[in-house]
Design a protein around this ligand. Structure first.
Ligand code: IP8
Length: 255
């Protein structure tokens, strides 16, 4: 039986955050090539971030992380995220990967504070040798017009909790968590120390609506707390994702 790896394709890695609706096709092609090799050995679930698609619309409309929104804005965010999902899935398909986009707002719902995930479509996709892909997106609440923007990082945590993968990978456009004093990548963190490290996070990593690097690190710590190793590293480099899975090169490991 192939072990399961959950992989987040960070918005900063796969899009140019400064240019609205700009997907980095070269990065996506590299990632797809790595996965097409790795999938002989592992099963994957892909989660992608919003980058210059979802986050652009959120900023344009000055939306909060949760609250009440105009249906047109909700629709626009969803549309932007589906556009990015489609670009990823077309690129993966070209490399022979049977990616299967599962629409986040159809799989997740909010019941007040409780976030509910409908797991069967994910399990059935895995059983059918499809590679499920979810993304950060807007999720609807049972209360009328209420929404929350759910980060892909939260979806990673939910998936880890339920499916207990062998590895959780957070792919970024930097080599890992950088110690601002030395400028070097912090190679290993114990989940218990994460709070200490969140305060070290570089100011250059401007937080977005879903919390940026600090929030990501906290979700990663919750995954590591389950006994699942987390690796945070650069997927914009040639063989970046491949090396992260193989444990080669520089990255931050959270255990
Ligand atoms: O980039 C955010 O997902 P993230 C999704 O994984 C939206 O935090 C809609 C901005």
């Amino acid at each position: 039986m192939k072990s399961l790896i959950i992989t987040k394709l960070g918005g900063s890695a796969i899009t140019n955050k400064h240019i609205p609706f700009f997907a980095k096709k070269d990065v996506l092609k590299n990632v797809a090539r790595d996965i097409s090799i790795l999938m002989e050995q592992y099963k994957f679930i892909i989660v992608h971030g919003g980058g210059s698609y979802g986050h652009f619309i959120v900023k344009k409309n000055k939306l909060k992380k949760k609250g009440y929104a105009n249906p047109l804005v909700i629709s626009e965010i969803n549309q932007a995220m589906l556009t990015l999902s489609n670009i990823i899935s077309a690129t993966f398909l070209e490399k022979g990967i049977p990616l299967f986009t599962l629409h986040t707002p159809s799989i997740l719902s909010l019941e007040g504070k409780k976030l509910k995930m409908h797991l069967r479509p994910i399990e059935y996709a895995l059983n059918s040798n499809l590679m499920p892909m979810l993304s950060g997106n807007i999720v609807l609440d049972k209360e009328k017009n209420r929404y929350a923007i759910i980060s892909g990082d939260v979806i990673m945590k939910l998936l880890a909790k339920i499916l207990k993968p062998k590895l959780a990978i957070f792919g970024l456009n930097v080599d890992g968590l950088i110690d601002p004093k030395s400028g070097k990548v912090i190679r290993q963190i114990k989940w218990q120390e994460t709070l200490k490290f969140t305060n070290l996070i570089m100011k250059t990593q401007a937080p977005d609506i879903t919390g940026g690097m600090k929030f990501k690190l906290l979700q990663a710590a919750k995954i590591a707390q389950l006994g699942i190793e987390v690796r945070i590293g650069n997927i914009t480099k040639e063989r970046g994702l491949y090396n992260l899975v193989a444990g080669k090169g520089i990255f931050t490991k959270i255990t």
